[in-house]
Design a protein. Structure first.
Length: 150
């Protein structure tokens, strides 16, 4: 009998502990504002079918991004310089909320939206400090696919 009494005593203790825990209310949650970043990086990936613009901080954490397809363009219109310009404007305007002023631009790919995206970021109001082409070029790496015959 002494064992059951001990068990019931521990059960009552835990019940009272949980009751006291539920009575306390947590402090109200304060939301932080958007962090302020002055210098950032803009990565422009211009493929033949789409253009992707990502604006990051110096460590590579994404602040904003936009694509030509996500900007309302579908099909063949996605691969136009106009679509890349609209996508760059959307990403750039979203990046302004973080207090960005200076951008270093990295362009990758052979797509038609390369220059249009850089010009659009400049038109949004960023000071572009550097433009670097980081298109991967193989030093005779993988064998390319066979040529199309139409």
């Amino acid at each position: 009998m002494s064992e059951t009494e001990i068990e019931t005593e521990t059960e009552t203790e835990t019940e009272t502990e949980t009751e006291t825990k539920t009575e306390t209310t947590p402090a109200p949650v304060r939301r932080k504002g958007k962090r302020q970043v002055v210098d950032g990086l803009a990565h422009i990936h211009a493929s033949f079918n789409n253009t992707i613009i990502t604006i990051t901080d110096r460590q590579g954490g994404a602040l904003s991004w936009a694509t030509a397809g996500g900007s309302g363009f579908r099909g063949a219109r996605k691969s136009t310089p106009w679509a890349a310009q609209v996508a760059a404007e959307r990403a750039g305007n979203a990046g302004l909320d973080y207090g960005l002023q200076n951008l270093e631009v990295f362009v990758k790919g052979p797509g038609p939206g390369r220059e249009a995206a850089v010009r659009a970021l400049n038109a949004v109001g960023y000071r572009i400090t550097n433009i670097t082409d980081v298109t991967p070029i193989p030093h005779n790496g993988c064998r390319p696919p066979k040529r199309r015959r139409v």
